[in-house]
Design a protein around this ligand. Sequence first.
Ligand code: FES
Length: 149
Amino acid sequence: MNLMPVLAMNLILLVITILLILADRLLVTYGKCKIKVTHGDESRELEVQGGSALLGYLTAHGVSVSSSCGGRGTCGYCKVRVVSGGGPILPTEELFMSRQEKADGMRLACQVKVKNDIAIAIPDLLTIVRQMALNKKFDTTKRWKVTIH
Ligand code: FES
């Protein structure tokens, strides 16, 4: 069996992918973007140069968001509620979201690219624990899921 056409096609796809990534990084500029962060009763606004993941900006500005995979989108702990400006949910995020969480606008901060002004709400730990207790859904053997109402 001749594998040359398959290898050639894969090589072409690889080159196109690399060119698209380079074009996105070098040619696309998103300018200054504002991130409005609400955490409990507190609210603050960050001004950043757009184009990177939300989690990185939050971490750089001292906003604490749970994370155990370093932003690779594999742990599902960096959930925040995007109030506006986050764009559509990505397939990589859907794996970690319940239907209710998707309806509530929950997103993975490491997967949301900041391209324009964005407003988010970060659930505080007390709210998370209280919600788990009220719903009697706390199960230490399962991955926790947060729903904000
Ligand atoms: S940091 Fe692990 S999924 Fe976002």
